[in-house]
Design a protein around this ligand. Structure first.
Ligand SMILES: Cc1cc2nc3c(=O)[nH]c(=O)nc-3n(C[C@H](O)[C@H](O)[C@H](O)COP(=O)(O)OP(=O)(O)OC[C@H]3O[C@@H](n4cnc5c(N)ncnc54)[C@H](O)[C@@H]3O)c2cc1C
Length: 537
């Protein structure tokens, strides 16, 4: 809370080169790129960082194999390159994963064509991943007995990548790296609109926790409000060449379907790719693609039933999955880009709409709007925004700085060496499916050294604090100091993924949760605990 309080004061007191509105993936990379390159940057989000679309994705960093069908070869090539960049830059956070895909008999394309497509996809990705493999029915039965083969002609396995710790944590790590480079960020701060006064933007902001209003002054304004980008442009009077339409997608988190670390891939009844994605001891199943008019969406009974029916139809489960098996739900809208004045596509064309991002720039007012995009493309988005901002006349004294990526391998080696010397892995919780040393590095990189020091000083810091989870006492202390946890949900849903993988009633009863609240919120612990369970009964 101290970090946020201090940043709120600085937001009102200083004058910035750039204010970024929106702390989803696009705003987070904008802030990380610009502050790394030497601009003075402010970042605000009216919710928590990654509290909207960027916490509801499929967690894939992928080249978009499905866009081969709509012949968007350029997009697939670009996304494959973006995926490879992420794999190279984040060797512990973005990991290759195999997609185990089955093809229905009578599928809309002959298996040979799909097989050829998988090789083309692999080549578009510069053969950076393991090559595709054909799956006979016998191989499917042997390797994934949970997949019912009665309806399948065979299948194929190919590679892409996924975000090991979830989209929201991945986004927060950009926000943290922006703050490490001087960015002044605050969650739960809403932009109420902005005016251009004497060559600078004056943005009216409201602290949603206290209700207090104040002004933020900046030379340039970056609108990264995601699905609310059009609404924010209306508030500031900016006209753009593009606008958003919305596609709703849901996922259901259920008990683990298969222990193999790969994504089971099917074609759902509507012809779209449909995934069962590993999430530790859980599986995340989805998604859907429904045109909606508003970004504010919820999972409906029909959505739930669609996902359950489709997965049950394609798996050999002893007992079919029902609503009682659903541990958590995720639901968001993909902000898709169309030309302003142009109509959105209908019917099948809707599913074929491009997922490319667009950045509209108004050099006269030093205003920039980001439309669409994907987590996969985030490094490019950060670089492009920095180039546009520099072209508006904002000085970037370290323009060549590499603002993204994990620390140099030698830093990781040193960390692992220290971890070995203190036998860190002996503290790994019996419930954890991963060694403690790799988990701490992936979640904290440089900051993991501080955790080692704390555990060396006091081994109690390596105890799991919240029963039924992996999170250690020292991690909660670090979250308090470094991760701007303002509400309990920020920690349970986004800094960690507890709320996605543990049932609500178990979280509530978990030993240690109140102690975690006391560390995070001090005298407000009980109020924050009650607030969370009132909102999530
Ligand atoms: C179901 C689904 C699956 C997906 N799967 C993938 C995938 O596997 N891989 C992939 O690469 N991409 C995927 N995507 C796409 C990706 O998640 C989105 O493109 C991306 O998260 C959009 O990020 P954003 O920053 O533009 O928007 P958001 O994450 O929505 O961020 C915008 C932020 O702006 C804030 N904001 C709005 N108005 C204001 C205001 N007035 N003041 C302050 N803050 C404001 C909001 O609170 C919000 O946090 C998926 C999307 C969905 C919905």
């Amino acid at each position: 809370m101290q970090l946020r309080r201090s940043n709120l004061g600085k937001l009102a007191a200083r004058r910035f080169d750039v204010l970024v509105v929106g702390g989803g993936i696009n705003g987070a990379v904008a802030a990380a790129a610009l502050s790394g390159k030497g601009a003075s940057v402010a970042l605000v989000d009216q919710r928590d960082f990654a509290g909207f679309t960027s916490q509801h994705s499929s967690n894939l960093a992928w080249g978009g194999i499905k866009y081969l069908e709509s012949r968007e070869f350029g997009l697939v090539r670009d996304l494959c390159k973006s995926r490879n960049r992420l794999l190279d830059a984040y060797p512990s956070r973005v990991l290759p994963i195999r997609f185990f895909s089955t093809l229905d008999r009578g599928f809309r394309f002959p298996p040979r064509l799909v097989w050829a497509g998988a090789w083309l996809y692999w080549l578009f990705g510069d053969a950076r991943t393991a090559p595709p493999r054909w799956l006979s029915k016998a191989t499917i039965e042997r390797e994934e007995p949970v997949v019912g083969t009665a309806r399948y002609a065979g299948g194929l396995e190919y590679s892409d990548a996924y975000l090991h710790d979830n989209d929201a944590r991945f986004v927060f790590q950009f926000v943290r790296s922006a703050m490490d480079r001087g960015c002044i960020a605050a969650n739960y701060v809403e932009s109420l609109g902005a005016q251009r006064v004497d060559g600078e933007w004056v943005t009216r902001a409201r602290d949603r926790m206290s209700g207090a209003e104040f002004e933020i002054r900046s030379t340039a304004l970056v609108n990264a409000a995601g699905p609310f980008a059009d609404a924010h442009n209306a508030l500031v009077g900016e006209r753009t060449a593009h606008r958003h339409v919305f596609s709703k997608g849901i996922h259901l988190v259920v008990p683990r379907i298969t222990s193999s670390p790969r994504i089971l891939t099917f074609f759902a009844d509507d012809g779209r790719l449909f995934f069962a994605i590993p999430m530790g001891m859980r599986t995340c199943v989805g998604t859907t693609d429904t045109r909606v008019d508003s970004p504010n969406v919820d999972v409906t009974d029909a959505d739930r039933q669609f996902v359950l029916d489709n997965i049950n139809k394609r798996l050999n489960l002893k007992t079919p999955l029902t609503r009682d098996d659903v541990i958590a739900e995720r639901c968001g809208v993909r902000p898709l880009v169309v030309k302003t004045g142009g109509a959105a596509a209908d019917g099948d064309d809707w599913l074929q709409m491009s997922r490319r991002h667009q950045i509209d720039v108004n050099p006269t007012t030093a205003h920039l709007s980001v439309f669409g995009g994907k987590l996969t493309d985030c490094i490019n988005v950060g670089d492009e925004i920095a180039e546009h901002v520099a072209a508006m006349g904002v000085a970037l004294p370290h323009a060549g700085y590499r603002w993204y990526g994990e620390p140099h391998p030698s830093v990781r080696e040193e960390y692992l060496h220290q971890a070995r010397l203190m036998d860190l892995d002996s503290y790994t919780s019996p419930q954890s499916i991963e060694r403690l040393s790799s988990r701490l590095w992936r979640r904290y990189d440089q900051q993991a050294f501080e955790l080692l020091a704390e555990i060396r000083e006091d081994p109690r810091q390596a105890e799991v604090l919240i029963e039924g989870t992996d999170y250690l006492r020292c991690e909660i202390r670090l979250a308090k100091q470094q991760e701007m946890v303002t509400r309990l949900e920020d920690f349970l849903r986004r800094r960690s993924k507890i709320a996605l993988v543990v049932r609500r009633e178990e979280i509530r009863a978990a030993k240690g949760l109140m102690e975690a609240c006391e560390i995070l919120f001090g005298s407000e612990a009980k109020a924050k605990f009650d607030e969370y369970f009132e909102e999530h009964p």
